[in-house]
Design a protein around this ligand. Structure first.
Ligand code: SF4
Length: 330
């Protein structure tokens, strides 16, 4: 690990100012950053410690939602009574990720910023456009079993690894930030991530020194909340395909609310509202599910080892809708 300067921030604005210098980074839980620093994939010359900031509360908002401090740990958020009662899809997604020890350290804001688990990204002796722009992408014709099939480019096919962010995308969460000049802004999660295109090293819209301070959840959505995660082992494994869903049907079995977001298949948490609209006001029969899967995957592109994700996603979508129609959560 390279030497770095350390600065402990006392206020969000101070943290943003301190981190506005080139090659500075925030540190909170450090569950991804410290690994990246040890491997010298990330080499910040300054770490701005934000762990003492007063950003550890979960508060109610006037419109019936929640405002979550960026430092609320994944464990605390998943165990919060309001999350369990009103946003169970979020609790389940968080608990599907990592391990208890990691969730005790990992923070809400940091979870959005975790980096891909592409094998080549962590092999510092291999090319990787995300780690070293312009060097190439060996994954496209190499080890790509876990990588993305949607939102990819000729420069990068890395999947987004977060479970929590998939549920946040489903729930139309928003991210509040403070910038180095003291100004604040609110960014919808749907607008937060950047597709890789020809700049896969740019992963989100945050500016230098911009600090995530809170995450806003809108009022709860009525329906069956589920988070299904298909992975290679039962715990401590990233999603091959996951699906966060809120589905609600009336007494006649007609789907009135359909929200679906997917992990493991996209270069960012993946949601397609046209698919949801196609399923809404139908009885969720197998023909309409097939059409929805066709639409969801119309631009999907496998690269050999990860081709299986296309039929696996189709089967997961079918399972989610049929189980929700039967009134079963997961
Ligand atoms: Fe690097 Fe992205 Fe290619 Fe993986 S998929 S090797 S992260 S450029």
């Amino acid at each position: 690990m390279r030497r770095f300067e350390y600065d402990r921030a006392a206020a969000p604005e101070q943290a943003a100012t301190s981190a506005s210098t080139k090659d500075a980074a925030f540190i909170a839980g450090g569950t991804n950053l410290l690994d990246l620093m040890k491997l010298e994939i990330e080499t910040p010359i300054k770490l701005v410690d934000i762990t003492r900031l007063d950003l550890q509360q979960v508060e109610s908002t006037d419109d019936g939602g929640l405002r979550i401090g960026t430092l609320v740990t994944n464990s605390d958020l998943a165990a919060h009574p309001d999350i369990i009662a009103n946003y169970p899809v979020l609790a389940r997604a968080i608990l599907a990720g990592a391990t208890g020890q990691l969730r005790n350290r990992a923070t809400t804001g940091g979870n959005f910023l975790q980096r891909t688990r592409c094998y080549y990204f962590y092999q510092t002796d291999s090319a990787c456009n995300k780690r070293e722009p312009g060097t190439g992408c060996p994954a496209i014709n190499g080890e790509n079993r876990t990588l993305a099939i949607l939102g990819t480019s000729d420069a990068c096919i890395a999947q987004h690894p977060s479970d929590m962010a998939v549920a946040m995308r489903l729930l139309d969460a928003k991210i509040e930030t403070v910038k180095a000049d003291g100004s604040t802004r609110t960014i919808a999660v749907k607008d937060f991530y950047c597709l890789p295109k020809d700049t896969p090293h740019i992963e989100n819209v945050l500016e230098r020194g911009e600090l995530i301070t809170h995450v806003i959840l809108p009022a709860p959505i009525k329906g069956v909340h589920t988070y299904d995660k298909v992975r290679d082992r039962a715990s401590y494994a990233f999603a091959l395909v996951s699906c966060a869903a809120v589905v609600d049907a009336d007494d006649n079995g007609t789907l009135k609310t359909v929200r679906l977001a997917f992990g493991g298949i996209g270069t960012e948490p993946w949601r397609n509202e046209e698919v949801e609209a196609l399923l809404t006001d139908t009885d969720g029969n197998i023909d309409i599910i097939t059409q929805a899967a066709d639409l969801l995957l119309s631009d999907a592109k496998g690269n050999g080892q990860n081709d299986f994700k296309i039929p696996l996603t189709r089967r997961l979508l079918k399972q989610v809708i049929q189980r929700a129609l039967a009134g079963e959560g997961a």
